[in-house]
Design a protein. Structure first.
Ligand SMILES: CC(C)(COP(=O)(O)OP(=O)(O)OC[C@H]1O[C@@H](n2cnc3c(N)ncnc32)[C@H](O)[C@@H]1OP(=O)(O)O)[C@@H](O)C(=O)NCCC(=O)NCCS
Length: 255
């Protein structure tokens, strides 16, 4: 989903700040957030860290702001992955699998996933554990009910319709991000159908785990962890059920 640009202030961010990222210990998932909208960042220097392919992709954005956000998001991703691998950010080699999921080249055992909404970026990273992450800025959608009827299960769409106006937007994005996080963990992406995965129990509560098989990924039980990196945003992390704990950090871009 591509919401209109918004500006998120540092005071809205709920996670503790870290000047440096430490590699997550085995069994731990590190989830970092970063604000992409800051002024005064050395954009040209950031762009130099990117690969030729990333620079080419940046050049395809028609306007400056999406291009700038893409470049900064790749810089943040490369800093985090570089810290995990013990290499400089420009030495991190990223490729995409057949379904478009970015991954480290060369069979590295670190998995990562990223999501952005507005000017907020989330990056989840873990060693030898598949991860999927999604985040959305909570906002009113004129056609939320129609989207729910099309992309959610009948039970989920009915449940959403029964919510009070004040909680419906958040409820919509809680469902959406949970589904997308699982489909990103398996690498399928949402083209395999948000309606093919159910994230709402019969009693209207959100289960902590879901079972899912992905393209080339064996059936597994995925833990679903709700994320609230900043006021006005909701997200979800999907990781194997046995992965614990989860560390939440804000990456300081100017450090
Ligand atoms: C990829 C997809 C999940 C992104 O959803 P979105 O809500 O628009 O965007 P988000 O911010 O949540 O996530 C975007 C990130 O997901 C990652 N991503 C892309 N494909 C992915 C996949 N199959 N599985 C997991 N993650 C994926 C990328 O890192 C992307 O960020 P980047 O483009 O800046 O590198 C969604 O567009 C999709 O499923 N598309 C269908 C698959 C597709 O078209 N693949 C294209 C290449 S074949």
């Amino acid at each position: 989903m591509h919401p209109r640009p918004c500006t998120t202030a540092l005071r809205d961010v709920r996670w503790p700040a870290s000047a440096e990222v430490s590699p997550p210990p085995d069994g731990t998932v590190l989830v970092c957030c970063a604000l992409l909208g800051g002024e005064g960042r050395d954009f040209a220097q950031a762009a130099r860290v990117l690969s030729a392919e990333e620079r080419q992709r940046a050049g395809r954005f028609l306007t400056g702001e999406p291009r700038r956000r893409y470049v900064v998001s790749r810089l943040v991703l490369r800093r985090i992955l570089g810290a995990c691998l013990g290499v400089a950010p420009d030495q991190v080699r990223i490729e995409s699998n057949m379904l478009g999921k970015p991954q480290l080249a060369g069979g590295e055992r670190i998995d990562f996933n990223l999501a952005h909404s507005g000017d907020l970026l989330l990056v989840a990273v873990a060693r030898a554990i598949r991860v999927g992450v999604d985040v959305e800025r909570i906002r009113p959608l004129n056609d939320a009910q129609a989207i729910a009827r099309r992309f959610f299960s009948p039970h989920e769409a009915d449940w959403l319709q029964e919510r009070q106006d004040a909680e419906r937007d958040r409820a919509f994005f809680r469902l959406w991000t949970r589904k997308e996080a699982v489909l990103k963990a398996t690498g399928e992406g949402i083209s395999s159908g948000l309606d093919t995965i159910s994230v709402l129990g019969a009693d209207g509560t959100f289960p902590d785990t879901v079972r899912r098989r992905g393209a080339g990924v064996e059936e597994a039980v995925w833990a679903l962890i709700e994320l609230e990196p900043a006021n006005g945003f909701v997200g979800a992390l999907a990781c194997p059920a046995q992965a614990r704990p989860v560390e939440l950090r804000r990456v300081c871009l100017d450090a």
